[in-house]
Design a protein around this ligand. Structure first.
Ligand SMILES: Nc1ncnc2c1ncn2[C@@H]1O[C@H](COP(=O)(O)OP(=O)(O)O)[C@@H](O)[C@H]1O
Ligand SMILES: NC(=O)OP(=O)(O)O
Length: 317
């Protein structure tokens, strides 16, 4: 028997798209496997909205833009580059999901919505770049990059090397949220807030782009809230959130409340820039939309989640 249809925003993490090979072919190949997992929700009767990150991709695109730019062929600014990754990655997702749906005998369209996400012009994040984008560099490589791009900021990223960081303001609204809801009502799978959405600020009647990269977990949360989703599912590389992660005494979290997560956060249990934004997005969702639940699990665990609800389930209380 089919389960009741749920409206679900699924946010795809880096491992759903990118391996060591950043070619289009390799990313499209990875998305084939991802799409097969996503179609399992559709087979259960769920209505999906798909979002995705773009940190590596938009950073690589900016480097390509800078390398090839001339006065007649100028490099595009970051907000436009985010929109470009929404287009290219939306194409890959439409293509991969289209095939996986057809393979499963399901007639359903997928449509990418280039999504503008409102941010506050005075968000302090504009003065404090924190979002890593593009490739990792060794200490020697980053010294060269710093010379080539004196305006860029680089930080050491958790022992994994150096990366460029850009501003990452918090989303306050989503221009195309109603369009996404209309697509869901028409039985279309929208791909939206890709790469966190294009950051824009409201100036009178105009939306004006800002050079930044919004965290896709926060943007996915905002979208899930605005369209009244039943579930926000954040798919990443781990089946569960852990306390004492990677320690001999690590403990997986299965069902967890906001109060418990607040205690764990105060205890520094979730790494900044990786698990912490997912936890904060999950908390925001269940607090701003009390009927909803948030889930953090992996693509590999989708079968188990659909069968038994396995994963880290975050509820208000
Ligand atoms: N407490 C924790 N529990 C589980 N994973 C954690 C924890 N702290 C940090 N992590 C790491 O965070 C990663 C998810 O963050 P990240 O790779 O940035 O996300 P994304 O999948 O969106 O690209 C996990 O794969 C894991 O390695
Ligand atoms: N925009 C964004 O959050 O991208 P990543 O998830 O790839 O960092």
């Amino acid at each position: 028997m089919k389960k009741m249809s749920r409206k679900i925003v699924v946010a795809l993490g880096g491992n759903a798209i990118l391996s060591d090979d950043a070619s289009a072919a390799a990313q499209q190949e990875a998305l084939k496997a991802t799409a097969k997992q996503l179609v399992k929700f559709v087979q259960q009767g769920d209505q999906l909205v798909v979002s995705h990150g773009n940190g590596p991709q938009v950073g690589n695109l900016l480097l390509q833009q800078a390398a090839g730019s001339t006065p007649k062929n100028p490099a595009m600014p970051l907000d436009t580059a985010v929109a470009m990754t929404q287009g290219s990655m939306g194409y890959w997702l439409e293509n991969a999901l289209g095939t996986a749906l057809a393979d499963a005998g399901i007639q359903q369209d997928v449509a990418t919505v280039v999504t503008q996400v409102l941010v506050d012009a005075d968000d302090p994040a504009f003065k404090n770049p924190s979002k890593p984008i593009g490739p990792f560099y060794t200490a020697d490589e980053v010294a060269v990059e710093r010379q080539n791009h004196p305006g860029y900021t680089y930080v050491e990223d958790a022992g994994r090397g150096y990366r460029r960081v850009v501003a990452s303001p918090k989303p306050t609204g989503i221009k195309e949220a109603n369009v996404v809801n209309q697509l869901v009502a028409a039985n279309v799978i929208p791909v939206s807030v890709g790469g966190g959405g294009v950051p824009v600020v409201q100036e009178g009647h105009q939306l004006v782009g800002r050079e930044a990269v919004i965290d896709k977990d926060f943007a996915s949360e905002k979208l899930a809230e605005l369209i009244g989703a039943d579930l926000l599912i954040i798919l990443t590389a781990v089946d569960h959130v852990f306390v004492n992660f990677n320690q001999p005494n690590q403990k997986q979290l299965t069902h967890v409340t906001v109060a418990e997560l607040n205690d764990y956060m105060a205890d520094g249990q979730f790494a900044k820039g990786s698990m912490l934004p997912k936890i904060q997005a999950a908390i925001d969702f269940v607090q701003n939309h009390p009927a909803g639940k948030a889930v953090i699990t992996s693509l590999d665990n989708v079968d188990q989640f659909l069968k038994t609800g396995d994963g880290t389930i975050i509820s208000r209380n």
